[in-house]
Each structure stands twice: as structure tokens, then as C-alpha cells.
Write a new protein. Structure first.
Length: 302
């Protein structure tokens, strides 16, 4: 049975905190440099809106112990490896598919990397070979990015997967994942409207963000339900963010992010749908919850 009061309070607090922060940069729109700095700061802080709402609602509205959010749980180690390395795989497949179907064009000259190398040379006076720079960028995204980003993505995952998803599970696992994903996507609306992720389509981008987040929610919810911990989902979310710039390296600049390149694009949604189909095919989705496990027959004589 749904607990409507905690759900309502969670959503009100989440949107009040995050949307207020997301809209603050608009006050500096006339100054591009200040606006850019304010945008980065406020979006980073706003990512903790769902987490703060989850904590406040759990402790003061539902009057439940902090342990209900399961930050003291980790689950099986193998799911953390999946959380770390699955996002770069999905990002790479999206880039490859974009180049294959024409929603992006492969850049054999690595134009963006050459531009970065030129800027580095101007700033430091040292010439860094493009291949070394490329290796460094990829290694940073693979090794450091997820670990650094988790400090911010935990703010979201503590709310979306740690609080909202379990509260919605009484309506059914697939419905809970879809609804929490749609809400998560809509939560991004003020940021997307300011040109983030889809600068050429700020308003159509809101609709695509909702659909893409609903699909991404399957991956993140699967990790949460398998580990019963928000840490795995936060790590995967951090890895997704770490690899968001991959298409900028391997595709010719100027591609339309609504259609291709990034995991949130329409091409990315095809990849996500294929991954969801794979999870269903190997019977990993829906996740069998502990209370659904078949009872072990008693031994004779017990």
C-alpha cells in the first residue's frame, strides 16, 4: 500500500530545493562568465535536493530510522564492477551506433582533442601529444570520474532509488521504476530548458530527458534492487556522468545531441532499450525480491 504522505512531502521538498537552485543562475544571464559559474555551482548543489528530501522525510515525516535509507548496506561486490564499467560500454556503443546510422559522424582527426592540446600548449607552453592526452582523458573517465562524481550523484540516488523507488514498489516493480524515472527526468526540466544536454532543443529536450531517464532508471533500479543499497546506483550514475563527454572526442563537433552521440539521445535510448531487453532475456528483470523467494522445503523429520 502506498504511503502518500511521505511521498508527497518527499516530492515537495525535492522540487523546492532543486528547482530553486536550478533557477538562480538566470539572475546572472546577462554575464556569460558569471552565469556559467553559477550554473555549475547551483546544479551541483541541486543534485542533493532529492537526498536531503529523503533524509528529512524519513526522519521527520515517516518517523523512521536513518538506516531505512540503507546507506549502511553495500550488497555483492560484482554489481559495483558492473556499475563502474557498464556505463562506458553503453556510451561507446551509443557513439558507434550514432556513427553507423548517421546521427553523428566519426571524427578520425580527433578535432576536439587537437583543440584541447592546442589550448594546453598555449596555457602551459608544453606540447602534449594528442594520443597521450586522449589516453589520459579516457583513463581519468574510467578510473577517477565515477569515484569523484559519487559525492554528487549520491544526492540524487539517495532520493530517487534509495527512497522513492522502494516507496512505489507496492504498485509493481515495472510501474515503480517507470514512474520514478519519469519524475527524475522531469526534475531536470529547468536545467534542460537552459540548454543543458540538448542546447539545440531546450524544450523538446525535456520530453526526451523524461523518456531517457525512465530507461536509465531500469539500469540504476536494477543495481539498487540487486544490492539493496543506493551506493551501487550512485556509482553507476557517477560513471554515466563521467562518460558524458565521450562523443565529443570521437564524433565531429556539431552533432545534434537530441538525435545522437550522448546516452540521453534518441540513439542512446535505442541502446538502453536493447540493454533492458537483454536483462529481461537473461531473467534479471524484474528483480526477484527477498520476500518473493520460494520457500525452502523442510527436511524430512523436521
Amino acid at each position: 500500500m502506498l504511503q502518500r504522505k511521505p511521498l508527497t512531502w518527499f516530492l515537495v521538498i525535492t522540487f523546492a530545493i532543486s528547482w530553486t537552485l536550478f533557477l538562480i543562475p538566470l539572475a546572472f544571464k546577462s554575464n556569460p562568465v558569471t552565469y556559467s559559474q553559477a550554473f555549475l555551482l547551483c546544479v551541483s548543489l541541486g543534485m542533493w535536493g532529492p537526498g536531503i528530501a529523503a533524509i528529512v522525510t524519513t526522519l521527520f515525516i515517516a518517523k523512521r530510522p536513518f538506516s531505512d535509507l540503507r546507506l549502511n548496506k553495500l550488497g555483492k561486490f560484482r554489481f559495483y564492477l558492473i556499475a563502474w564499467f557498464l556505463p562506458p560500454f553503453l556510451a561507446a556503443v551509443t557513439v558507434g551506433l550514432s556513427a553507423l546510422i548517421g546521427t553523428g559522424t566519426f571524427d578520425p582527426n580527433l578535432t576536439t582533442m587537437h583543440q584541447i592540446a592546442d589550448q594546453t600548449a598555449k596555457g602551459s607552453g608544453q606540447v602534449v601529444p594528442v594520443n597521450i592526452l586522449l589516453f589520459g582523458q579516457l583513463a581519468q573517465g574510467l578510473l577517477l570520474g565515477p569515484a569523484i562524481n559519487i559525492f554528487f550523484t549520491m544526492g540524487e540516488e539517495l532520493g530517487w532509488r534509495g527512497f522513492l523507488l522502494p516507496k512505489l514498489l507496492p504498485i509493481g516493480q515495472w510501474k515503480a521504476i517507470a514512474i520514478s524515472g519519469l519524475i527524475w527526468g522531469f526534475w531536470h526540466a529547468p536545467v534542460i530548458a537552459q540548454g543543458y544536454n540538448f542546447p539545440q532543443h531546450p524544450y523538446w529536450g525535456i520530453l526526451l530527458m523524461m523518456f531517457a531517464c525512465m530507461l536509465l532508471s531500469v539500469e540504476l533500479s536494477w543495481l539498487y534492487l540487486k544490492t539493496r543499497s543506493p551506493w551501487a546506483a550512485a556509482l553507476a550514475h557517477g560513471s554515466i556522468n563521467a562518460w558524458g563527454g565521450l562523443p565529443l572526442v570521437f564524433l565531429i563537433p556539431g552533432f545534434d545531441t537530441l538525435f545522437g552521440g550522448i546516452i540521453l539521445s534518441l540513439t542512446g535510448c535505442i541502446v538502453l532499450l536493447a540493454f533492458i531487453g537483454f536483462l529481461v532475456l537473461i531473467k534479471q528483470m524484474p528483480v526477484k525480491m527477498p520476500e518473493e523467494q520460494p520457500a525452502i522445503p523442510a527436511a524430512a523429520g523436521d
